[in-house]
Design a protein around this ligand. Structure first.
Ligand code: ADP
Ligand code: 5GP
Length: 224
């Protein structure tokens, strides 16, 4: 913990900022925009057993690993959380997250509802869970098609999953509809900025208040 941007910023714990959404609702787009305006934010790169998609790069979108390797790492407690998603395993490597938090960075997570649930259970109040939802399922299907990354079969599978994923809306602190992209992005960014300001994240505040109390004594305002 050493997050201090200016004279009147107090040491605070980093925020574990979780973004989830039914596939195709725009989570990756929002995450990209967030990192553009918040370059100091850390990103948790998950490990997965799913095959690499065209355009992806090992170590950037994910660490692509075999099922055997994933199982060995999980058994070795190397994941902060992990879950089965769409027939594959996905996990958040523990060490890099702990390092980023220790260095005072906020960390962005792209995990599903199971990941949000586990992170919240482990890290409690420092976790902020945001669920991005599409304005309608018709629009979701259109976005998946327009994205042009999935086969018809995969699109149908994602659409079937969407309803189930939406049912986990109550496992989040915020639910934001992604209708107009910029409006949605502004809301997500505002949530991050407000969450950073929470008193409960700022142990550094104690020293500031104590100094003001001493100042009051020096000024003769109180004899305490
Ligand atoms: P996810 O990461 O949730 O699977 P993406 O960020 O890849 O979704 O977005 C799915 C597709 O929808 C992309 O082609 C993206 O450009 C587009 N998209 C995202 N947000 C909006 C929006 N508000 N309006 C229209 N299209 C959007
Ligand atoms: P995709 O394969 O489309 O990149 O991701 C599929 C789903 O897995 C998404 O909902 C994504 O948020 C989720 N996911 C990615 N990494 C993790 C992780 O480390 N843990 C969990 N629980 N879910 C993840």
């Amino acid at each position: 913990m050493a997050h201090r941007d200016s004279k009147f910023e107090f040491d605070r714990r980093g925020v574990l900022f979780v973004l989830s959404s039914p596939s195709g609702a725009g989570k990756s787009t929002i995450a990209r925009k967030l990192l553009e305006v918040e370059p100091g934010m850390g990103v948790s790169v998950s490990a997965t057993t799913r095959p690499m998609r065209e355009g992806e790069q090992d170590g950037r979108e994910y660490h692509f690993v075999s099922t055997e390797e994933f199982k060995a790492r999980a058994a070795n407690h190397e994941f902060l959380e992990w879950a089965h998603v769409f027939n594959y395993r996905y996990g958040t490597p523990r060490a890099p997250v702990k390092k980023m938090l220790a260095e005072g960075q906020d960390v962005l997570f792209d995990v599903d509802w199971q990941g949000a649930q586990q992170l919240f259970q482990l890290e409690g109040g420092d976790v902020v869970r945001v669920f991005i939802v599409p304005p309608s399922l018709t629009e979701l299907e259109k976005r998946l098609r327009d994205r042009n990354t999935d086969s018809e079969e995969v699109i149908q599978y994602r659409m079937k999953r969407a309803e189930r994923e939406l049912s986990h809306w109550d496992g989040y602190d915020y639910v934001v509809v992604n209708d107009d992209l910029n409006a949605c992005f502004e809301k997500v960014h505002t949530i991050l900025q407000a969450e950073r300001e929470k008193r409960s994240r700022k142990p550094g505040l104690i020293g500031f208040i104590r100094e003001r109390q001493e100042e009051a004594v020096a000024m003769g305002l109180t004899t305490r």
